[in-house]
Ligand binder design. Structure first.
Ligand code: GLC
Length: 553
């Protein structure tokens, strides 16, 4: 198998609004990121994925772009960006940018033109339809609540928006759209960026007959109809031929609704489309069939093992996995599947890290995950900022699917805002994030949980991540070994092996808060502990609450 640098890399995601403010407006920015690059170097990561920094009216915090070639003024200038990229490269760090081209903002010049008249040259950049029986052209829902169609008075047609009303979907079937997008990608790549993370790229080829979904259609059901459309692989191959293959870069597609069979195409090792795909099956195993992610349902570990193992073995030798627990759309993993009590927070954060980082694929760390940052203790609905949380809350309550109390509890657990509170740098005012009141509140636990404290504690979550990252750098077994799951039915322990030639490792993670007996396979009796979150374990010992242990022979 051909080897690639991104297979040995660890990626760190920055959500710029919440990373580091430098000009005292309560919003993170590019000079703030530049200032913190040495911290990332110390952590040991290789690649930064930068969430959108482009000009945007911020309806969806930058995922609604009004100019792909300009920097959002709140984040700084193009010079600030160039300096950040240069400094990252000087430190040996790469920067991958977010590419959001399933949709634009409604304030993008293309859409401003498109909505002027039916015969405007930009009309076909978007997806317009006449009303059907005086109503929406189909029953598709938007992911952020309500219909996916919005009626535009001026021209008497509806346009499609799978996300907010201010995020009209681009029409990828129009070759001019592809030309413009590819041209813009060259613009950034010529600046020297190191690749793209492609936002909801699996949605770009819609069935333009717009078949109705099930009667109770929601955003997520229409999303699944739109995902992996007829021409998506054709368009990505075209993108690869015309753009990607001309540079030594890394690409990862956010492939919402992707199946294993589809991922084999998106992330095929022949390199005709993308390098990796993000799949979300494991992120929805604790979802509810009706309310989706807005639920308090708990994790059932065998389900998680089944999904991740299917992806690990299913893509073996065919495509490359991307590994993640957290990102800007997910609540904090230590609060979700770990235990954020004082007693177990650090231990369970390390256990989750071990379980993920010893798998096959490229690991992604989301800002603050390396500190074991937790969900925010939301006290009322009015504190939420995210459009996904506020819109869906309203809809769940209005449609009487949940009571106010239930919907609030579900939001507390799963809202995207949990990931978006400012990074906790130290124990000074606003956790060292900003001089001013931050756009989203700082978690009050910043006095105990912050980067400064963790850097000076050799036993911290930060230093544990640092070790995991370093181990991957020096081990072909961790990067290329094959994966095998043991004990699929065990409700507490996640146990798997990795094998490469004569070398083998065993990774044991206890997802529970109790002591567990464990029959060590004979072949690992003589194994040596590569890393663990407790210390002092010997063959035959039980596995302690939230213990993680990696043995190597
Ligand atoms: C992706 C992004 C998410 C955004 C959505 C619409 O899922 O990760 O943050 O809201 O696309 O762009």
């Amino acid at each position: 198998m051909e080897k690639h640098w991104w297979q040995r890399s660890v990626v760190y995601q920055i959500y710029p609004r919440s990373f580091q403010d430098s000009d005292g407006d309560g919003v993170g920015d590019l000079p703030g990121i530049t200032r913190r690059l040495p911290y990332l170097k110390e952590l040991g990561i290789d690649v930064i994925w930068l969430s959108p920094i482009y000009q945007s009216p911020n309806d969806d915090n930058g995922y609604d772009i009004s100019d792909y070639r300009k920097i959002q003024p709140q984040f700084g200038t193009m010079e600030d960006f160039d300096r950040c990229l240069e400094e990252a490269h000087r430190l040996g760090l790469k920067i991958v940018m977010d590419l959001v081209v399933n949709h634009t903002s409604d304030e993008h010049a293309w859409f401003v033109e498109a909505r002027k008249s039916r015969d405007n040259p930009y009309r076909d950049f978007y997806i317009w339809r006449d009303p059907k029986d005086g109503r929406e052209p189909s029953n598709w829902g938007s992911c952020f609540g309500g219909s996916a169609w919005l009626y535009d008075d001026r021209t008497g047609q509806y346009f499609l928006h799978l996300f907010s009303k201010k995020q009209p979907d681009l029409n990828w079937d129009n070759p001019k759209v592809r030309d413009e997008v590819f041209d813009m990608m060259h613009f950034w790549l010529k600046k020297g960026i190191d690749g793209f993370r492609m936002d909801v790229i699996s949605l770009i080829s819609k069935d333009q007959t717009f078949p109705d979904g099930p009667a109770e259609s929601t955003g997520y059901t229409s999303f699944n109809i739109a995902a992996n459309g007829k021409h998506v692989h054709e368009y990505l191959e075209e993108m690869n031929r015309r753009v990607l293959s001309n540079y030594d870069i890394m690409t990862v597609g956010e492939c919402s609704g992707v199946t294993l069979e589809e991922a084999k195409k998106y992330a095929n090792l022949e390199g005709t489309e993308l390098d990796m795909a993000f799949q979300f099956e494991h992120m929805s195993i604790d979802d509810d069939p009706v309310t989706g992610k807005f639920t308090e349902k708990k994790l059932f570990l065998p389900d998680l093992k089944e999904v991740l193992s299917r992806w690990e073995t299913g893509l073996e030798g065919i495509a490359w996995n991307s590994l993640f627990w957290d990102n800007h759309d997910q609540p904090r993993i230590v609060s979700r599947w770990g235990n954020d009590s004082e007693e177990y927070r650090a231990l369970s954060a390390k256990m989750l890290a071990t379980c993920l980082h010893m798998m096959k694929g490229t690991p992604y760390i989301y800002q603050g995950e390396e500190l074991g940052m937790t969900n925010y203790p939301w006290a009322s609905v009015s504190e939420f900022n995210d459009i996904d949380s506020t819109n869906n809350y309203k809809e769940l309550v209005e449609k009487k699917i949940m009571t106010e109390e239930e919907a609030f509890r579900a939001l507390r657990r799963r809202s995207r805002d949990n990931a978006r509170t400012p990074v906790q740098w130290d124990d000074s005012k606003n956790a060292g994030f900003s001089e001013a009141d931050p756009w989203l509140p700082v978690n009050p636990n910043y006095k105990e949980i912050n980067a400064k404290a963790e850097l000076s504690d050799p036993d911290s979550v930060f230093h544990y991540y640092q070790k995991l990252i370093a181990l991957r750098k020096e081990s072909d077994l961790i990067v290329y070994g094959t994966y095998e799951l043991l004990l699929p039915e065990d409700p507490d322990l996640y146990v798997y092996t990795r094998t490469l030639g004569e070398e083998k490792l065993l990774c044991i993670s206890n997802f529970s808060d109790h002591l567990r007996d464990f029959d060590l396979p004979d072949s690992f009796r003589e194994g040596k502990v590569l890393i663990g979150n407790y210390g002092g374990w010997k063959a035959g010992d039980p596995i302690r609450p939230y213990e993680a242990l990696v043995l190597k022979i």
